[in-house]
Design a protein around this ligand. Structure first.
Ligand SMILES: NC(=O)c1ccc[n+]([C@@H]2O[C@H](COP(=O)([O-])OP(=O)(O)OC[C@H]3O[C@@H](n4cnc5c(N)ncnc54)[C@H](O)[C@@H]3O)[C@@H](O)[C@H]2O)c1
Length: 255
C-alpha cells in the first residue's frame, strides 16, 4: 500500500529539479503522475523513466504561462487517468543572467518572471481547481514558493516578488476552497544545489561558498530534500494542514 495509491498528481516544471524529484517520490508511493512543462524533452524523459520502472506517468509539454496549454495539460491528465487529486504548481524561473540593479531592471525580465512564476501558478490552480470541483472529492495543492518571499536579500526583485505573491495566492485558495475539501499549502525552499535555470548562474562557485557560510546546516539543499515535504502536504497524512507556509532551508531564515 502506497500513500498515493489511486491518486492522480499533476506537477508543473516536472522535467527537472524539485518537480522531477516529487514525481519520482509520488510515483514510487503509488500515484499516477502527469509532468507538465517545458522543454518537452525534460518532461517526456522523466515520464519515460517512470514508466520503465513500472509506474503510471504522462509527460505533457506545456508552457505554464499559456492558458490554453495549461488547460490542455489538465484535460490530458483526466483523459489519461480519469481524475485529478493533487496539483503541484512548481514551474519557475530565476533569470540570474539578467540580474541588474532594480532601478535598471528591464520590463522584459519582470514580465517573463511574473508570467511563469505567478501567472503560471494562477493558471494551473484555476484549471486544476475547476476539475477538482467538478469531481466533488476535494483535492490537495502544494505551491512552490521560496524563502525569498519572507527573508534574505536577492538582486532578483522580480523573482522575490513573484514568490511573495504566491503566499497570498496560496492562502486565499486555501480559505476560499476549504469548504470544498480542497487544501492548499506553500513550501518555501531555501537555496538548493541547483537553481532554476542553474546553467545560467553567473557565479556558481561564489554562490556555493556563500551558502556554506550563511546556512546553519552548512550547505545548500537538494531537490530530493524538498520533495518529501511536498509529498507529505499533498498526502492524507496532512489532512489538517491548509493555508500553511512550510520553510525548508537548513535553518537559513532564522539567523
Ligand atoms: N533551486 C532553488 O534554489 C530554489 C529555491 C527556492 C524555490 N525554488 C523554486 O522551486 C521551483 C522548482 O525549481 P527547481 O529548483 O526544481 O529548478 P529547475 O529549473 O530544475 O525547475 C524549474 C522547472 O520549470 C520549468 N519551466 C521553466 N519555465 C517554464 C514554463 N514557462 N512552463 C513550464 N515549465 C517551465 C523548467 O524547465 C524546469 O523544469 C521553482 O518554482 C523555483 O523558483 C527553487
Amino acid at each position: 500500500m502506497g500513500r498515493f495509491d489511486g491518486k492522480v498528481a499533476l506537477i508543473t516544471g516536472g522535467g527537472s529539479g524539485i518537480g522531477a524529484a516529487t514525481a519520482r517520490l509520488m510515483a514510487r508511493e503509488g500515484a499516477s503522475v502527469v509532468l507538465a512543462g517545458i522543454p518537452a524533452a525534460g518532461v517526456q524523459a522523466v515520464a519515460e523513466e517512470l514508466r520503465e520502472s513500472g509506474h503510471s506517468a504522462l509527460g505533457m509539454p506545456a508552457d505554464v504561462s499559456s492558458s490554453y496549454e495549461v488547460e490542455v495539460a489538465v484535460s490530458a491528465a483526466v483523459s489519461e487517468f480519469g481524475h485529478l487529486d493533487i496539483l503541484v504548481p512548481n514551474a519557475g524561473v530565476q533569470l540570474h543572467d539578467r540580474d541588474v540593479n532594480f532601478h535598471d531592471l528591464p520590463e522584459s525580465v519582470w514580465d517573463e518572471t511574473l508570467n511563469v512564476n505567478l501567472k503560471g501558478v494562477f493558471l494551473a490552480c484555476k484549471f486544476g481547481i475547476r476539475q477538482m470541483l467538478s469531481q466533488g472529492t476535494g483535492g490537495a495543492i502544494v505551491i512552490t514558493s521560496s524563502i525569498t518571499a519572507i527573508a534574505t536579500r536577492t538582486p532578483n526583485f522580480a523573482y522575490a516578488t513573484s514568490k511573495g505573491a504566491l503566499l497570498a495566492l496560496s492562502r486565499n485558495i486555501a480559505l476560499n476552497y476549504a469548504e470544498s475539501g480542497i487544501r492548499c499549502n506553500a513550501v518555501l525552499p531555501g537555496a538548493l544545489e541547483r537553481t532554476p535555470n542553474y546553467d545560467i548562474h553567473p557565479a556558481p562557485e561564489e554562490r556555493a561558498a556563500m551558502l556554506r557560510e550563511v546556512v546553519p546546516l552548512g550547505r545548500p539543499g537538494t531537490p530530493e530534500e524538498i520533495a518529501p515535504m511536498i509529498a507529505f502536504l499533498a498526502s492524507d497524512d496532512a489532512s489538517y494542514a491548509t493555508a500553511g507556509e512550510f520553510v525548508i532551508d537548513g535553518g537559513r531564515t532564522t539567523i
